[in-house]
Design a protein around this ligand. Sequence first.
Ligand SMILES: [Zn+2]
Length: 179
Amino acid sequence: MRRRMWGRNPKTVSTDATVGTVRIDRKVWDVLRELHQRLPHVEFLVVLYGRRLGSAEFTVEEFYVPPQTVTAASVEPDMRDVPECMAGFEQVGTYHSHVNMSVFASGTDLRYLTSSFPITLVGNNDGEVAGFVAEDVNVFGDNYRLVARLEVHVERPKELLEAAMTAATRIKVKKGGFK
Ligand SMILES: [Zn+2]
């Protein structure tokens, strides 16, 4: 089993360019919102599972909350027993709360989160969320971690999407039907 290092620290280069999309299943989003409601004064971190559909295209469909010690401005998760996969989905990244602060990737976020996971989502109590994607590159023998932005979309639960897809196969669109 491949083990991810926690706190690996290559040189990080970030850009404000938006390079892709992360689609969060609404039921996972609802859990995140509930955690903000219950823990409005402290940070918290949730590990996210989903699919990587392209170099910067992700879904988030499951979650895991590791044991963690938190304050208003810090979170120290115990990542030792975090599963690599969850319900058939791969670990894609993390979500953490910035409580009432704006949503941005802080120096600590860049050092620990984007260097350990493909995606990092930062959210606050107002429901604002920012997405970041990181990719390792080697330039002239030096390792760099490139960090760019992702658009974040909250999608309907996959059950609804599947039902809609099944239903759509029963609907035939007649040629010339649109007037
Ligand atoms: Zn942060």
